[in-house]
Design a protein around this ligand. Structure first.
Ligand SMILES: NC(=O)c1ccc[n+]([C@@H]2O[C@H](COP(=O)([O-])OP(=O)(O)OC[C@H]3O[C@@H](n4cnc5c(N)ncnc54)[C@H](OP(=O)(O)O)[C@@H]3O)[C@@H](O)[C@H]2O)c1
Length: 279
């Protein structure tokens, strides 16, 4: 069987396909797989698309959409009420296990936000002191009880990219002369929507599983990186910054790969993000 015909066998359901990352993932995969997605807020364009289903995790259950779409891969790219998301992922975990399919979960570097002295690697114990980090850990732990080949936990750092909400917000703040918050003591790694979608495509094609740390190979100070962004956008003269110090010492919020590395062409450097913005 040709690779293309083999790929076609997958039905992919993206939960949160109207969002920033979900819609980028949908665009990346829809030419190669039978791809479906959910949206929450009413949307006249998506309503007409038979591959999209309206789904509110606070009110609806997911079973009807699972019955119609019969996914072999589910990608979870949702936001929304934390406890309702935990419940939804419990249902998804049961479905994934009993139907022997696979779930890709977009997690976050925040699962390590209580560690401060070092960057984090895949096998490090998660530890958070934020509500967001705790909630991601809860779902990760639930998924890690499934057979390893059936899950991929994708830990993302802050996602930038020319059309990302983070860049849009920076441009709007500069235009309206509002200060941009920067964290001078925070050392992070970063990524873009376009790199994340390529990485997900690869993980699907090569049947990869487990925990992935999908951040840039280099680390940057948050304030330096935001300043470099404003320079790449040629808006540095107008930008006003508000420096927020959470600790006296440098603090890391970075997810680096050690055991589950992707090939070189799927890795990125923070400079790649700035070059993309200059185009
Ligand atoms: N962006 C980042 O920098 C970043 C970094 C680390 C991890 N992540 C993770 O990546 C995932 C996607 O993030 P994103 O930035 O793409 O978020 P986003 O743009 O806000 O998209 C969120 C998606 O969830 C849907 N949604 C919101 N409330 C819902 C509800 N009550 N019921 C059902 N669906 C609901 C939205 O639908 P509507 O728009 O139609 O309401 C949208 O499709 C999240 O799990 C996030 O934690 C993101």
């Amino acid at each position: 069987m040709s690779k293309k015909a083999n790929d076609r066998k997958h039905n992919i359901l993206i939960l949160g396909a109207s969002g920033f990352l979900g819609s980028a993932i949908y665009k990346e995969l829809c030419a190669y797989f039978k791809t479906f997605g959910t949206y929450n807020r009413s949307n006249t364009v998506l309503e007409k698309n038979h591959h999209f289903f309206q789904f509110n995790l606070e009110e609806d259950d997911i079973y009807e959409i699972l019955d119609i779409t019969k996914p072999t891969i589910i990608i979870s790219a949702l936001r929304g009420d934390f406890s309702k998301q935990v419940l939804l992922h419990q249902h998804l975990a049961e479905y994934v296990f009993s139907n022997k399919i696979k779930l890709l979960f977009l997690s976050s570097a925040n699962v390590f936000d209580a560690y401060s002295k070092y960057p984090s690697y895949e096998d490090d114990k998660t530890y958070s002191n934020s509500i967001y980090g705790h909630f991601k850990i809860k779902i990760e732990n639930m998924l890690m009880r499934l057979p390893k080949r059936q899950i991929a936990i994708l830990r993302l750092p802050m996602v930038f990219g020319a059309h990302s909400p983070r860049i849009t917000e920076i441009i709007e703040q500069i235009k309206s002369k509002d200060p941009i918050e920067v964290f001078p003591n925070l050392i992070i790694n970063v990524t873009t929507d376009s790199k994340v979608t390529q990485q997900i495509h690869y993980i699907i094609n090569r049947k990869k599983s487990g925990i992935f740390h999908l951040g840039s190979t280099d680390l940057v100070h948050h304030d330096d990186f935001i300043k470099e962004i404003t320079e790449s956008l040629h808006l540095e003269q107008q930008a006003i910054y508000k420096r927020v110090y959470t600790t006296n010492d440098d603090r890391y919020l970075a997810v680096l790969p050690k055991f589950n590395k992707l090939p070189k062409h799927l890795q990125l450097n923070s400079q790649d993000i700035l070059s993309e913005l200059k185009i």
